[in-house]
Ligand binder design. Sequence first.
Ligand code: ZN
Length: 292
Amino acid sequence: MSATIVATTIVSGCSFGGEGDGVGWGGSGAHGQQPELGPPARALREYADGLRARQAARAAAAKRWGLKRTPLAAPPAPAVKPRLTTRKGFEVKGQKKLPPVFTTIPTKDKVVFLTVDDGAEKSPAFLRMMSDLKIPYTAFLSDYLVKEDYGYFKRMQDRGVALNNHTLNHRYLPGLSYKKQRREICGMQDVIQKRFGKRPELFRPPYGNYNRNTLRAAKSCGIKAVPLWASEGFADHMEWREWDKDLHRGDIILTHFRGRGDWKGTMPDMVRTVLKTATAKGYAIARLEDYL
Ligand SMILES: [Zn+2]
């Protein structure tokens, strides 16, 4: 049996299957039955043991954070990255030479991706909750909000979160000249590089609005891809952009750094809403960067 097939068996028989509650591994009796494992099998067993330990820790964290069901474990990052293309109807003239614009990543994995925008609310509980639950997410930051407290987002980055570009001032970009759009996008590249030491490769235009100049400007500032979103999480509900009002494999979920001033609840309430929805539908939250 090849290593790939072993891995698939382990994965599909266990916590990726969508049981939701607890560790979900059921019979792990195989351990005593295979005394002479070669190196690949041993590596797989270690992977499986690690996964089981991580899901047990996550189950305890889920209880602490008021989640009835434990978020599902994401599968390993795909070895072959999906080929990203612009969603039909989202193209601009000359799109092929510009960064792709998409709302869903083409994948067969039962995963969705969480993205958090702007930066108004700087909730320490949100940082703790996401680290505790080990839920990956990607931030799209706008400097006029982030500059109030760069330290908060530095702590986020230290916890393994990628900080990406959502412009300096959150303007409606199609209303601006190429030069002004470029200043909004390249300016934010410079801020993130200066404050956080890394130049983003992902850019999301404010309100999801863009034109050809936006993508040309983004490309010239070093942007490789423009992820939009397929649904949006709030503190007390989800909003759907797709006709079937559902999640799909590879969907990107948008939410915001917002608190009680803007919506009916806190950032942890928002996380609970998103996780409850994803887990109930059998989806794990995966790291967007793993698929790009
Ligand atoms: Zn925004």
